[in-house]
Design a protein around this ligand. Sequence first.
Ligand code: WQD
Length: 343
Amino acid sequence: MSEDYILVTGGAGYIGSHTVVELLNSNYNVVVIDNLVNACMESISRVEEITGKTVPALQVDLLDKNAIKSVFKKYKISVVMHFAGLKAVGESVELPLLYYHTNIGGTVNLLEVMKEYNVKNIIFSSSATVYGTPQYLPVDENHPVGGCTNAYGKTKFFIEEIIKDVCNADKSWNAVLLRYFNPVGAHKSGKIGENPQGVPNNLMPFVAQVAVGRRDHLTVFGDDYDTPDGTGVRDYIHIVDLAQGHVAAIKKVEAGCGCVVYNLGTGIGYSVLDMVKAFEKATEKPIPYKVAPRRAGDIATVYANPQNAEKELGWKATRTLDEMCEDLWRWQSNNPNGYKASS
Ligand code: WQD
């Protein structure tokens, strides 16, 4: 009897690679596909080092439907974990068609091939960005969605709706939509971590690059928000907690759940300056910063109500802010240039 595999799309990326580690640690067989636009296979080599297990990893673009089919022909897939997609918020505002074509077109191809091969269990990497500007806090899964203003966030919202419609049309489908808040940190080994191309859009990779000497200061986008210290407040969650949430979701789809949605967050909000201070404490390195005007599209405060995931997935984030900073620093200091050989 051929073994079942979990197919991880975008599995060479930051969240994907950390999730592959946790899947392997839970004794699942994993096959990875990634188009390597925003990732490199070195991350998979590191995953194999960490786990001592081998991971078939194929360069596949979800816009190439025949390439997807070749994977389903070769491997008996029980569940698909779908991370693959473009995710730069600012870029998506400038290039909406690229984001709709890539993220939505790729997902429709994937879903069509899943249907063809009778694979009807999917766990989708969604984002809290689908909530737009919160109407209440903490944000729970019943909060209105679709308020996002950038094309990236809209692709996450549209893909959620597409998956919901597929599950409504065919009750044999099972889907868990996971809405992430702000993933940060790295695996304790320091071998894998966030490896942004070019200038990091997100706060903590930028802070880490300041600490390692790749950037001379952080720009704080606005200190005039209605928050305790005027800077933006977010729900930062350790990447390994996030990855373990995905492993917990497998049992849900395999038990049969229809289409369900969960927030993956800690329920705790920290400001930009809280994060800077926490990182300075973890690294004993100063993080110089300059305050600039607000970034277009940013909101003041968002953090999760994570109770449903705790109740229904038996999952809860446990890693502290100090661990997030210490683990991020171990990755960044061991790999000043990310996966590229140090120049
Ligand atoms: C956090 C805070 C910024 C950078 C985005 C996406 C979301 C998800 C996570 C993919 C804000 C401030 C940031 C900097 C700063 N991505 N900041 N200087 O915007 O909450 O969420 O990334 O799924 O979908 O929307 O994360 O890390 O960019 O910003 O002051 O150089 O840090 O203003 O308050 P964000 P972020």
